[in-house]
Structure formats: C-alpha cells, structure tokens
Ligand binder design. Structure first.
Ligand SMILES: [Fe+2]
Ligand SMILES: [Fe+2]
Length: 334
C-alpha cells in the first residue's frame, strides 16, 4: 500500500538551477513560507493549477448542498431541521468564498460555473451518491465533512494567500458540521435496534466513498508532485487518508459501529491502522459521470442557474443604474 513514489519525467519538478531567475525567486519565496498574493507574478501553470483546484473545491461546496438539502423538509425534529438548514447555508457560503478566491486569479465566476454545467469541471465524487435515510445526514457530517476538514486544515497553510485565508474561515465552520453529523450518529446508535441498524447501513455505504475523497494514491496522482513543491498541497493524498482512518475508526468504535473493511487492523509498529484497498474502478466510474446521481446533480444545478437568470439580469441592471446615477449626481456641498 505504501509503495515508493515512482516519478515519471512528466512528474519531475524542476530544480532551482533549471529555473529562470523569475521562477527561481518565486520558488524561493514559497520555500521560505511566504504567501503569494493576487497581483504578484506567478508561473502560468501555478495559476492554472490553483484555478482548477479552487474552482473544483467551490463546485464541491455548491453541489454538496444537494444531497443534504434533500432532507431539510424531512428532518426528524424542528431543532435538527434548523441545524441542517444552517449547515447547508454554510456550504453555500464556502462556495462563495472560494469562487471569490478563484476570481482573484483572473477568471470569472460565470465562466467557472459554465464549465461546471458543461461537464468540463469536476466536483467531489462523493456528492454523486444518494441520501437514502436520515442516518445518511449523520454519516455525511461525520465522514464527508470529517474528510473535508482533514484536507482543509493543511490547506490553511497553502501558498496562495486568498485560498489560505478562505480555508481558515471555512475550517471553523466545518468542525461544527462534523460534530452535528457525529451527534446524529450517536443518538441513532443509542436508540432502538432499527435506528442503530440505520446508522450501520449509512457507514456501510459512506465509508469507502469518503476514503475516495482524498483522491488516488500518490503514485497514480498526476498533479501531486508539482503541487507539493508549490505548497498548493502540503500533505499527500495517502497521508491524509491514513490520518482520516486513524481519527475516525476509534470514533466509530466508541458508538458501536463497525467499519466495513475486513482488512482494517491496528498496526502496533506503525501506530496506525492498516486498511484495505479502495475500489478505484468505482471512483473513476463516478468521476466519469456514471455514479448513481451524477445526472440528477447536474440537472439540479442547471435548473437553478436557469431559474436565477432573471435575478442576475436584474441585479446587473440595478448596479448599472446606480453607477450611472452616482456618476451624474452633483457633488454634495460640504
Ligand atoms: Fe464546506
Ligand atoms: Fe461542511
């Protein structure tokens, strides 16, 4: 499982000596832990990688509202409904911070959105799975937001200033999301046999897709090596996945749930869990658009985009009018 990283020529990162002076100065700033800010010079591939990563992240926040939104009207109590509503709204906010961070790199939000709707941009494959029971809302908060936090905590230290600052804000809210999910699972596990079975069924279905959220193993991940040299990523996919497993297994055991992995075993020597291989065929199938809910998710986003057209137009017309009024208004006497 922990094979040595095999770097092909395409993956190889240039050494400082091979860089031109501008690139070298840039890399040295990153190596020294400095943040890169929007108007500063950056290599084009650095900018492009960030646009791809930040927009994928933004799309994931926005599409991620759909599986949970499905349960707002069916939450079991008024309190649960209010909590879920707040959580789903937070995800919309995360999408907005992240689209703003991407816009500082010279792309427009409309373009990014159109790429998503045209199927040219990706979002996290996890949101293509259905939410079949209330326990799935618990499993999403606990496992999916939990995996997201594991990834986002390291991104607070990412080299691009606006992305790093967005992450700091987002992480605070994500930890609330994870707790509310775990709280749902705790209550179900302390309930009737049927409720506990519902919680077990949810972890059975969400465990493996959650592990997939960290992306393919490092030896198969095309972007990892350069992204780490640029500190766009700080920890590798496999390291993050391992941390997630180590953190989550004791939480499952604490509430009496079984992690659906026959190969899961504590490794005394590594002081970590050994675990089974993720089904990467399933991951690539879902990524290619063939997951259980891909079409439904895109249809919902497209409908929302089309339904909102009149509002975007009105907003722009109002902003134009206000700007014109301001430009022609007499200057107020002091
Ligand atoms: Fe989020
Ligand atoms: Fe979240």
């Amino acid at each position: 499982m922990y094979a040595q990283m095999v770097k092909t020529d395409a993956d190889r990162v240039k050494s400082l000596d091979e860089m031109d002076p501008q690139e070298r100065a840039f890399q040295q700033r990153i190596d020294a832990g400095e943040k890169i800010e929007p108007k500063e010079w950056m290599p084009e591939p650095y900018r492009k990688t960030l646009v791809r990563q930040i927009s994928q992240h933004a799309h994931s926040e926005v599409v991620g509202q759909l599986p949970e939104g499905n349960w707002i009207t069916r939450a079991p109590t008024l309190e649960r409904k209010a909590i879920l509503l707040a959580k789903v709204q937070d995800e919309a906010g995360h999408g907005l911070y992240l689209y703003c961070a991407a816009e500082t790199l010279g792309v427009s939000r409309d373009d990014l959105y159109e790429q998503l709707l045209a199927g040219r941009a990706k979002y996290s494959s996890i949101f293509n799975y259905p939410t079949l029971s209330w326990a799935d809302i618990g499993a999403i908060g606990w496992l999916v937001d939990g995996a997201a936090i594991m990834n986002q905590v390291q991104l607070q230290k990412t080299s691009y200033g606006p992305y790093s600052r967005a992450m700091i804000r987002i992480c605070k809210e994500e930890s609330f999301h994870q707790r509310q999910g775990y709280d749902i699972m705790m209550k179900l596990c302390a309930g009737t046999a049927e409720q506990k079975a519902m919680a077990q069924d949810a972890i059975d279905r969400w465990w493996w897709p959650s592990l997939m959220m960290f992306g393919p193993s490092d030896d198969a991940s095309v972007h990892s090596v350069q992204s780490m040299a640029w500190k766009i990523k700080i920890l590798s996919n496999d390291e993050l996945r391992q941390r997630f497993v180590d953190q989550t297994v004791p939480q499952a055991e604490f509430i009496g749930l079984k992690v659906p992995d026959p190969d899961l075993k504590w490794n005394e020597k590594r002081q970590s869990y050994d675990f089974g291989e993720v089904d990467w065929d399933e991951f690539f199938q879902v990524l290619a658009g063939n997951g259980p809910c891909n079409r439904e998710r895109m249809a919902s986003r497209t409908r929302a985009w089309e339904d909102g057209a009149w509002f975007r137009e009105a907003l722009t017309a109002h902003a134009d009018k206000a700007a014109k009024r301001k430009a022609t208004a007499p200057i107020a006497a002091e």
